[in-house]
Design a protein around this ligand. Structure first.
Ligand SMILES: [Zn+2]
Length: 281
């Protein structure tokens, strides 16, 4: 029934505006509650690198019940656990990691950036420094982050070759059946030497990626991949191999090397995958 209502609302163009209003209202009320709840937990144990607020702990986030088994049994690093959401600005661990890595490894000043499925804190960090183009396959949901967001399909990017300095598509590829075509498109639109952020949920206990791109059943996807709209769980080594086969250089910055950022409550166990298009001789 829920899916039928969703389809009908989508047909008349109301699904994403209503979803956005509902989402924003829920987030606003939840953020008020969280600020009140954590007002007694101010301290310097953890410091948000987005809003600079400090608390003795951040807000935990746990997976939905149906998603738990696949994530646990494959030891997937997927953005869940303790200290995920900043009680003050509601930034997530994955946003804080991206912003920290942009500051450390990327020169974003005046660069041409393509940012898909734009996350609010990442967009806000970039918008005054870079020339940012935002997009998503379903842009309506993202209009509250950037009103200019365009409909963009990662499998067929509407851009000429080699025009962007930086591409960011954080936690997107696990939703896309043909991820190799998506990787080739990112490679195509990047300038030589361009840099990429495409973090994905990954498992280090798997040696082979679990995937069945043809499956279109939210309940089976939850059971197999740990989220109802994912089409795979990447084995970390295989994810890196797919990027390298596309032509990218990949530099894995292990979680153990990110200890300067533990105070910013980045996701425990999440390595940063620094991807770049080689300079040609
Ligand atoms: Zn914050």
């Amino acid at each position: 029934m829920k899916e039928v209502i969703k389809k009908l609302l989508s047909l008349v163009g109301l699904y994403h505006p209503l979803q956005t209003s509902y989402y924003l209202t829920s987030v606003f009320l939840y953020s008020l509650y969280i600020k009140w709840k954590y007002s007694s937990k101010k301290g310097d144990h953890l410091i948000c690198n987005i809003c600079q607020s400090s608390y003795s702990s951040f807000v935990p986030k746990y997976p939905k019940k149906n998603d738990t088994q696949a994530l646990a049994q494959n030891h997937v690093i997927a953005g869940f656990g303790e200290n995920i959401i900043c009680p003050n600005c509601m930034s997530t661990a994955r946003e804080r990691l991206v912003v920290a890595m942009l500051k450390k490894y990327f020169d974003v000043g005046n660069k041409k950036v393509l940012l898909l499925s734009p996350e609010k804190k990442v967009f806000n960090f970039l918008k005054t420094k870079s020339d940012v183009t935002t997009g998503d396959l379903h842009p309506g949901f993202y209009r509250h982050i950037d009103y200019e967001v365009s409909k963009i399909d990662l499998l067929s990017l509407p851009f000429a070759d080699a025009i962007f300095d930086i591409f960011i598509g954080n936690h997107i590829l696990e939703h896309i059946p043909d991820d190799r075509t998506a990787m080739r498109e990112v490679y195509r639109v990047l300038k030589n030497g361009g840099k990429v952020i495409m973090q994905v949920p990954f498992s280090e206990s798997l040696s082979i990626t679990i995937e069945q791109p043809s499956i279109n059943s939210p309940s089976i996807q939850s059971k197999l991949f740990g989220q109802s709209d994912h089409v795979r769980i990447y084995a970390l080594s295989d994810y890196i191999l797919r990027l390298e086969e596309t032509g990218f250089d990949v530099n894995l910055i292990a979680y153990s090397e990110l200890s300067d950022y533990y105070i910013n409550a980045i996701q425990t166990g999440e390595h940063f995958i620094l991807i770049s298009k080689p300079f040609k001789a």
